[in-house]
Design a protein around this ligand. Structure first.
Ligand SMILES: [Zn+2]
Length: 376
């Protein structure tokens, strides 16, 4: 029978697969496939671009009940510049914790659902609805894996719900804001630094845009759980040499949107700001482009699925969170969605990320309860 030791080994192997944007997800997908194969679970790896990969596993049933989709992500963010207590991809175990990039976000959740699925299969319990296990590429960068899954895979049966085993420290999360990343570029004309009057300084143009942005407010009513829509200019780049008038300057803006908000209105507002600035100065030249867009998530906390889910995991109320997930990409499947998993959300994307081994074990029990509640 599957045991605690094997689950820890799996988690350490997944951390060691180092699934950053550079290295891709294929190694982790192969580890999970081998693991599920030991319990004869049907599993498919969809890979592209040498090392990118999605994994799709399905445990078939009588089909009398709707299926459950557990949607994970294989990739992790990089370790960052700060020195770690333990090397970030070594999966060191110390004082009941496993350290490593991705331990909480979200390889702990993956190890737990893979273990739960294997235990359910090996117990011989008769399933009335399918368990679908999906693990995506690129959640941290552009959601390429989730989008590809929705586009390509037509074998998805009717779903009772979607569960994202992200680190929520066992809170049932039903809402998060969306994400809109924009790039604004101003264009000028290069000239020798000693004769700036012959050029158009793109950094100076950006300054006028940024001043204007200070007075711009996105028109949307605050949400009762998620608060307001936020905007932050987080990168700026422009100019190459100290003696050359810069012909380009670029900023990247991180906007967090609310349910029901149309991001195209913000882009159109930017266009209006450009037009206004051009009116004041005909040499002003700027454009805006979309870097990434993920919608907000809002599942009705009073729907039957959420109520049954909460009772299966013994949680009395649902929560909203600050981070964003691939969840809104699964909205196309037309099923209610919750985020629920082991690990503390506030240690994700930081040095010395870890997960408590006891939390992964607790998650295995919860996921089994969820499966038994909805699929048996
Ligand atoms: Zn995550």
């Amino acid at each position: 029978m599957y045991n605690r030791h094997a689950m820890k080994v799996l988690l350490k192997k997944l951390i060691g697969a180092e699934t950053t944007a550079e290295k891709g997800e294929l190694a982790a997908a192969e580890i999970i496939s081998a693991e599920l194969g030991q319990s004869d679970i049907d599993c498919r790896i969809d890979s592209w671009d040498t090392n990118r990969a999605n994994l799709i596993a399905q445990i078939k049933s009588t089909g009398r009940r709707k299926a459950l989709l557990f949607a994970c992500h294989l990739d992790v963010v990089g370790p960052g510049e700060t020195k770690w207590k333990h090397p970030p991809f070594s999966g060191v175990e110390s004082e009941g914790k496993i350290y490593g990039r991705g331990s909480a976000d979200m390889k702990g959740g993956i190890a737990a659902i893979v273990t739960a699925a294997r235990q359910i299969v090996e117990s011989g319990v008769k399933l009335e609805g399918n368990i679908i296990l999906f693990a995506a590429a690129g959640e941290e960068t552009d959601s390429c894996g989730a989008k590809r899954f929705i586009r390509k895979w037509d074998g998805i049966p009717r779903l009772a719900g979607v569960v994202l085993p992200e680190p929520t420290d066992f809170e049932v999360v039903t809402a998060h804001r969306g994400m809109l990343w924009l790039k604004v570029k101003t264009r000028g004309k290069a000239a020798h630094g000693s004769t700036p009057e012959l050029g158009i300084n793109a950094i100076a143009s950006m300054k006028t845009f940024l001043n204007e942005l200070d007075t711009y407010k996105i028109q949307v009513e605050p949400h009762n759980l998620l608060g307001s829509c936020s905007m932050s200019v987080n990168t700026i780049a422009g100019g190459k040499e100290i003696n050359v008038v810069p012909d380009e300057c670029e900023i990247k803006i991180d906007i967090r949107t609310l349910p029901g908000q149309n991001y195209k209105e913000i882009i159109s507002d930017f266009g209006k700001i450009f037009a206004k600035l051009k009116q004041g100065n005909p040499q002003f030249e700027a454009s805006v482009s979309l870097v990434r867009e993920v919608g907000a998530l809002e599942t009705d906390s009073n729907c039957g699925f959420v109520k049954d889910f909460c009772s299966a995991v013994e949680v009395s109320e649902t929560k909203a969170v600050g981070f964003t997930t691939d969840g809104p990409h699964f909205a196309a499947l037309g099923a209610p969605m919750v985020i629920f998993g082991p690990g503390k959300p506030d240690i994700c994307h930081k040095p010395d990320e870890y997960i408590e081994i006891s939390d992964v074990e607790k998650a295995v029990e919860y996921y089994k309860n969820i499966i038994l509640k909805f699929l048996v």
